[in-house]
Ligand binder design. Structure first.
Ligand SMILES: [Zn+2]
Length: 147
């Protein structure tokens, strides 16, 4: 029988209910279960072995927010503006992927983004670099390969 264990009661909700309670999508809930950010267990009373989310303590959403902010900050803003990856990598000003035309700090536009993973510091657009430094934006030095 489910119930209280020494007064430490953990609320268990279906993914659907947890999604409503925490105000994040069911897809995100599953993602956080996979990553271990949320705890979950199989419902022993369910034929299909559905998941029950062990509801985190009240402070979780704040922690979650911090997690998201960190995740956001870890995503590079440097991108190649052309497919052949020539010229400079530019700093993406607006992170909204919905934006039809990516806008870079230097004012340049490009039709698409190409990953700058492994680019060298010398590949960076000087104008973008200066703007980013001015604005105190993270430069993601750790992503630059080589010296
Ligand atoms: Zn630029």
């Amino acid at each position: 029988m489910p119930g209280k264990i020494n007064g430490a009661r953990v609320e268990k909700l279906t993914i659907q209910d947890a999604s409503r309670r925490l105000n994040i999508s069911q897809r995100d809930i599953r993602e956080y279960i996979r990553s271990g950010e949320l705890k979950a267990e199989r419902d022993p009373g369910s034929e299909h072995g559905r998941w029950l989310v062990l509801m985190p303590e009240d402070g979780w959403q704040d922690k979650f927010k911090t997690f998201l902010d960190k995740l956001d900050a870890s995503i590079t803003r440097w991108w190649w503006a052309n497919k052949s990856k020539t010229g400079s990598v530019h700093y993406l000003e607006n992170t909204g992927i919905e934006n039809v035309e990516p806008g870079y700090l230097c004012g340049r536009r490009s039709e698409n983004l190409w990953s700058s993973a492994g680019h060298a510091a010398a590949d960076r657009c000087l104008e973008c670099l200066m703007r980013a430094t001015e604005l105190g934006l993270p430069l993601f030095e750790e992503e630059v390969s080589g010296s």
